[in-house]
Design a protein around this ligand. Sequence first.
Ligand code: SF4
Length: 347
Amino acid sequence: MQRKHITVGGVTVGGGAPVVIQSMTTTKTDDVPATVAQIHRLEMAGCELIRVAVPDMAAAKALEQIKAQITIPLVADIHFDYRLALESVARGADGIRINPGNIGGEDYVRLVANVCAGRGLPIRIGVNGGSLERKIVATFGHTPEALVESALHHVALLNRFDFDNICLSVKSSSVPDTVAAYRLLHSRTSYPLHLGVTEAGTAYIGAIKSAIGIGSLLLDGIGDTIRVSLTDDPVEEIKAARAILQSLELRRFGPNIVSCPTCGRCHIDLIPLVYEVERRLGNSTKELTIAVMGCAVNGPGEAAAADYGIAGGTREGLLFRHGKTVGKAPMDGLVDALMNLITENTQ
Ligand code: SF4
């Protein structure tokens, strides 16, 4: 099946384009300075598409000022009220998220579809397990099939008015249900898919759930944009999303740092050493694999696939390149020596 794509404010989602990272602000949208400040932090972290809640007219009107101060595309998240969708479009939103079956009737769906079509704006239909239509639950229960049927029902409403500029999501707080729903949806439509596990939880458990749910689908070639939903600073969502995409080797954002778990052969405190290397390379965009290993006996060999690495000793540690020792340094200068080695060889 030829997969469709959409364009959101110049960013392509779907059709084989690189998987897009997105997040959602947690500020009151009509607090423009706070919202813009949060979006700037997200942009710096690598967010490529931002969604903001539009619960009322004040929020919709604020989009114009927000848009004027940010560089990434902005999607307005609307529930139930078509007037908020129209106002958001008028204020410069690059796309809207709305479920057309919930906005009160065909005339309103036609209006929103026509206004978006007139400006070339896509609509994301975002189905969540917790807010399925009663009729669908009565037939399908709380199942992956129900999520998919709901999404297809909303799609049919837009298609009725020749609107096809659509992205879909079918999120559940259950990882297996999320994966099953997206697999089913992918087999039944060619629209781009926005992946996510909803209500995933706090940073640690939420990142694990998202990595499993989103990662399983991406490994199957399913999914065009991702949001890692965390109960935390949304910047953590971007970090997790990047880690997921980099781990799957779908995108590369900087060095891949590998480190051993240590064992009885390790004579150093490896944990702060690894964090120090992570910190120093935090802003690097070099596509390198860097190893931080606990012992000189096995470290260089175990990390032979790394471009550069260090291995701890007792008083001094080893520097290695592609598994071969290229130098030594005192333990308190080992990270500096690694940074010099990388700089010398990659400038
Ligand atoms: Fe143990 Fe050395 Fe392997 Fe680390 S590199 S796990 S310290 S043997």
